[in-house]
Design a protein around this ligand. Structure first.
Ligand SMILES: [Zn+2]
Length: 259
């Protein structure tokens, strides 16, 4: 698809130095990752969310909670990063500072190659032990379920934010700082309108950033945007990268005109 952007928009994108991108379920769906609700079907529909995805459920029935997240980890591991995931890696490599904030727990941004990455809801790639918070990237899948922490022996749980839990402080602080300092804020695909994330475009604008949303449907993120590309990100991602990074004819003229 050919993407054309107004000169002033292109000028902001090309000349930005600190960029924040925000993703969520929309980009994950492009890789076939089901949302929580979509995964909560079939065998799993017999269980209430409070039995599967809360810390209290883990205390009561750690095996069931482990298996629910193991199922979702399996779906994520089978999926492949899509064109939007890779476009965001290209942008990270282009800009002096580029922070990707995601609500997704599937780990696909990491697998694609994004490294200045804040996974606000945690990641299925990691576990942490219930008692002490020791992080584990590998565990024994053949023995006891859930497996135990090799450091302290307590049960491992997925290092994701369950219902009723707050976002991790360190990640949230890093995200807020990046949002306050950016000069372009990109909202890429459908993103859950859940606080504090829903406030990020407001915060970015208040600090002078240009806010652009790429999404097919209206949301708080399109309402808040200075400019909206009403499309699936996967359809225009490559073209957007080409416009920003690539060999754009007449770029110097464009920059001079926009000044
Ligand atoms: Zn431990």
């Amino acid at each position: 698809m050919t993407l054309t952007l107004p000169d002033d928009v292109l000028y902001r994108l090309i000349n930005a130095r600190r960029v924040v991108a925000l993703t969520g379920g929309g980009v994950a769906a492009e890789s076939g990752i089901p949302s929580f609700r979509e995964a909560h079907t079939g065998h799993w529909a017999q269980y209430d969310v409070s039995e599967l995805a809360t810390p209290q459920a883990f205390v009561r029935n750690p095996r069931l909670v482990w298996e629910w997240y193991a199922y979702r980890r399996m779906l994520a591991e089978r999926a492949q990063p899509g064109v939007t995931h890779y476009a965001l890696v290209d942008l990270e490599q282009h800009y002096p500072a580029f922070t990707l904030i995601t609500q997704s727990i599937d780990g696909l941004h990491w697998r694609a190659g994004s490294r200045d990455l804040i996974e606000l809801n945690g990641s299925l790639r990691r576990c942490r032990c219930f008692e002490s918070g020791h992080i584990a990237f590998a565990w024994d899948d053949d023995g006891e379920i859930p497996p135990r922490c090799v450091q302290c022996g307590s049960l491992l749980r997925p290092d994701v934010v369950m219902f009723g839990e707050g976002l991790p402080h360190h990640e949230l602080r890093r995200a807020r700082q990046a949002v306050e300092q950016c000069d372009v804020f990109l909202c890429v695909g459908t993103v859950g309108a859940i606080e504090p994330v829903a406030s990020f475009p407001f915060v970015a604008r208040r600090h002078g950033a240009f806010v652009m949303t790429i999404a097919p449907e209206d949301s708080i993120y399109t309402l808040m945007a200075d400019y909206v590309i009403a499309a699936q990100p996967g359809v225009i991602a490559s073209e957007l990268v080409r416009l920003i990074v690539g060999d754009v004819g007449g770029l110097e003229e464009l920059q001079a005109d926009a000044l």
